[in-house]
Design a protein around this ligand. Structure first.
Ligand code: HEC
Length: 155
C-alpha cells in the first residue's frame, strides 16, 4: 500500500481515488483541490464531520445507539483535534480552499480553538444516549466557533 501511495502522491486526483478505495469520505469537489496539504486537512475535516454525524444521529434517535461506535467516533474526534495545528501549520492555500488567510495571523487563537474542540471531544460521555445529548452541543459549538472565525462565511 505504501508503495502505491508514494507512486501516486504527486497527483491529487489519484490521492482522492486512493482515499475512496480506503473508504474515506470526501465530496467530489475535493478532486479539484490541487494542493496536497490542503487536501489532507479537508479530508481530516470530512472525517470529523462523519464522526460528529454518527454521534448526532445516535443522540437524535436516527440511528441505534451503539456504545462501541460511539467510543470510536469520540476517539477519532480527539485524535483529529489534536492533529489540527499540525495539519494547518503551513500557510497553504488553494483556489478551492474555504480556509481564511487570517488563520496564520492568529495562529495562537487557532490553536486555542483546536484545543477547545479536543477538550469537548474528551468531555463527551458516550455511555448512553442521554449523556451523549448532554455533551454534543459543546462539541458542535467548538466546531462552529472555529468555522466562524477561520472559514469563509456561508460554508
Ligand atoms: C480550529 C479550527 C477548526 C475546528 C475546531 C473545526 N474546523 Fe472544520 N474547518 C476549519 C477550516 C479552516 C476549514 C476550511 C479548510 C479548507 O478548505 O482548507 C474547515 C472545513 C470543514 C469542513 C468542510 C470540508 C470540505 O469539504 O471542504 C467540514 C465538513 C468541517 N470543517 C467539519 C468540522 C467539524 C464537524 C468540526 C468539529 C467536530 C470542525 N470542523 C472543527 C477549521 C476548523
Amino acid at each position: 500500500m505504501n508503495s502505491i501511495v508514494r507512486k501516486f502522491t504527486s497527483n491529487p486526483f489519484q490521492i482522492s481515488m486512493i482515499c475512496l478505495a480506503l473508504g474515506a469520505s470526501f465530496a467530489l469537489a475535493h478532486s479539484e483541490i490541487e494542493n496536497p496539504t490542503v487536501l489532507k486537512r479537508v479530508h481530516a475535516m470530512e472525517d470529523m464531520e462523519e464522526a460528529r454525524l454518527t454521534l448526532s444521529e445516535m443522540a437524535q434517535g436516527l440511528r441505534g445507539f451503539d456504545a462501541l461506535s460511539a467510543e470510536r467516533a469520540r476517539a477519532r474526534l480527539i485524535q483529529q483535534s489534536a492533529d489540527l495545528p499540525k495539519l494547518f501549520k503551513s500557510p497553504q492555500m488553494d483556489p478551492k480552499t474555504t480556509a481564511l488567510q487570517v488563520i496564520w495571523g492568529n495562529w495562537r487563537d487557532f490553536k486555542v480553538k483546536s484545543n477547545k474542540m479536543k477538550k469537548a471531544s474528551k468531555g463527551l460521555n458516550v455511555s448512553s444516549v442521554a449523556s451523549l445529548r448532554t455533551g454534543l452541543p459543546a462539541l458542535e459549538n467548538a466546531c462552529q466557533a472555529c468555522h466562524r472565525a477561520y472559514r469563509q462565511a456561508g460554508q
